[in-house]
Structures are given as C-alpha cells and as structure tokens.
Design a protein around this ligand. Sequence first.
Ligand SMILES: Cc1cc2nc3c(=O)[nH]c(=O)nc-3n(C[C@H](O)[C@H](O)[C@H](O)COP(=O)(O)OP(=O)(O)OC[C@H]3O[C@@H](n4cnc5c(N)ncnc54)[C@H](O)[C@@H]3O)c2cc1C
Ligand code: SF4
Length: 325
Amino acid sequence: MKTFTYEKAATPEAAVADIVGSAKFIAGGTNLLDLMKLQIETPDKLVDISRLDLAKIEEREDGGLTIGALVPNSDLAADPRVIAKYEVLSRALLAGASGQLRNKASTGGNMLQRTRCYYFYDTAAKCNKREPGTGCDAIGGFNRILAVLGTSEHCIATHPSDMAVAMRALDATIVTLKADGDRRRISVHEFYRLPGDTPHIETVLEAGELITHIELPAPAKGKHAYRKVRDRASYAFALVSVAGVVSVEDGRIASASLAFGGLGPMPWKNDAVEAALVGSAPSDAVFAAAADALVADARGFGSNDFKIPLVKRTLIATLRELTGA
Ligand SMILES: Cc1cc2nc3c(=O)[nH]c(=O)nc-3n(C[C@H](O)[C@H](O)[C@H](O)COP(=O)(O)OP(=O)(O)OC[C@H]3O[C@@H](n4cnc5c(N)ncnc54)[C@H](O)[C@@H]3O)c2cc1C
Ligand code: SF4
C-alpha cells in the first residue's frame, strides 16, 4: 500500500478544508481500504470523518427524515421510523453485505462505493475507470455482472449499492458541504453521472465535497418491496434488483415509484415504467408492458445478456407482490 498521512477531522468544515491534492475522506473504510490495498485508490492523505457529529436520524417538520452521512447501514435499517415509513430502504439495506459490514458501512460511503467490475480490481487489466484512456477489458470479456443500460463504449460498469436503489425509488436528496463552505442539495436523480467518455467521474460531487446528510421526503402512500436476485442468498451483490413503492386505489394503480439495481452505472429509473402502470388495473399484461418499457433500450454484452429477461421477470414478480394481483 502506498504511504499516506492520516488526520481525524473534528468538524465538517475542518474535514473539507483538509482535502487537498489526492486526499480522500474515510468513513467506514469498507470499500476504500480494500481499494487502497490493491493500489487502485492511492490517496496521499486520509481525512477520517467517522467521528463527526453526522450519525443522527431526525424527523423534519414536513414529515420527512434527515439521515446523517455517518449513520451506519445497520442503524438505518433498524430505525423504527424507517421500518414503518420507508420499508423499502430497510429491506434494501438488509439485502446488502453482511451484519459486520453493515455495522461499519456509512450512509454516505454506501452511496459512493465503487463498481465491482472484475477488471476494475485487476490492475493488470485495461480499465478506463481506473486508468482513463487505457480501454475496457470488460467489453468483449467476462461481463456477467455488468450493465445493460446507460453504458458507453468506454465503460459498462454497474453501481453496486442496494441502498442507493431504494434512495432513488424514494426520491432522496443529498446534502453536501463544499470546500468553499457552500452547501448544496442534489436530487439523487442528478447525483450520478453516465460513463460517457469519462467513466472515472461517477458523480456530480466536486473535489473535497462532503456528503453531510441525505433527506427523504414525507413518505408516499403505498406498499413497499425490495427484491434482489443474486448468486448466493447472502453476501453477494445484485445481479438485478427492484425497489418499489406502489399504491392501488379503487382497483387501479394510483402511484408507482420503481428503481433498479444491477442494470446500469447508477441506480436506474425510467419514467416510462411508471407511465405504463399508473391509471391501469393491475394485471400481468400491464406489468409486462412496464417491463418492456424498462428494457426498451437495453443492450447485453454477451455474458450479461441474461439480465434483460431476468429483470423483466423480477419486475413482474415485484409488481404482483406490491399490488396483490
Ligand atoms: C465483501 C463485501 C460485500 C458487500 N456486499 C454489498 C452488497 O451486497 N450490497 C451493497 O450495497 N454493498 C455491499 N458492500 C459494500 C458496502 O456497502 C460499502 O463498502 C459501504 O457501504 C461503504 O461505506 P463506508 O462507510 O465503508 O465507505 P468508505 O469505504 O469509507 O468510503 C467509500 C468512498 O466514499 C467516500 N466517502 C465516504 N463518506 C463520504 C462522505 N460523507 N462524503 C464524501 N465522500 C465520502 C470515500 O472517500 C470513499 O471514496 C459490500 C462490501 C464488501 C467488502
Ligand atoms: S466496465 Fe468500466 S470498470 Fe469495468 S473494465 Fe471497463 S472501464 Fe473498467
């Protein structure tokens, strides 16, 4: 591992001031330290934010919740307000990693975890995300776990987080503190970037910008579900996943919010899926139309072709669960 210095930040303001050059924040360290051991991330300084006062979950007057960036994944999943009003988030968190990892993993760090593309972790392979301009060995290689939507000729990686998929279905907002002291509120819909020709730039965060909180709006009406398909029943990333909040009134789907994991470089959402559902009586034909809308632009790369029919079946099964149809 490359030599680095270490500082413990006392306040968020001090933390952002400490980030210069290749310095990085460290929260739980469950992703960053692995990447440093492999020399994929090589910061010359770590700014430890794990003891900042950002580990509270608070109710807001508008009925929503504010979640500190350092709330551990296990605490967020077990919070009674989350279980009662944002069940999809609790379920998504519990579907991820292991109990020990969830105790360490933070809310902010989970949003920013890097891809699990095999070639990204193999420093002998060509990878535009790890080393811009070198190429992408996953295209034409073993890409079973990689993306079928939102890809570019430069990168087909997926974002691996379960929690972020639920955050997208719940329309969360990310609150940050910038190096110049300004604060920003960024909708999760605008937070992640498509790879294009710069796959190493994954979010709209600026250098040294700290996630301080994530806000959830007042809970929407409806039933919640998170369905994750993976190679093992635990301790495995999603091949595909579906997070959904759907309400049915007078025999018709009144509202629907659906987001998808394992498909793209960000937790995926497509308004056409919801448009195919809202106003209709729940039925397999309606669900199939929504599934077709989801994959209309999907493209497989060989070993991941199976994800396209798999996510259609997973969406239909989730919609049956959510609507009772
Ligand atoms: C074996 C294993 C299995 C796993 N399985 C799953 C799974 O099934 N599903 C899943 O979703 N996840 C899974 N994970 C990933 C795990 O959830 C993440 O590693 C974890 O959430 C990252 O949080 P952290 O606090 O440890 O982040 P860190 O490792 O500390 O940081 C990650 C990145 O975020 C940056 N960062 C951290 N906090 C902030 C902040 N507040 N503001 C700005 N930047 C910040 C860091 O600089 C770093 O770049 C798994 C991990 C492992 C090791
Ligand atoms: S898919 Fe992206 S992360 Fe994987 S090798 Fe290609 S450029 Fe790297």
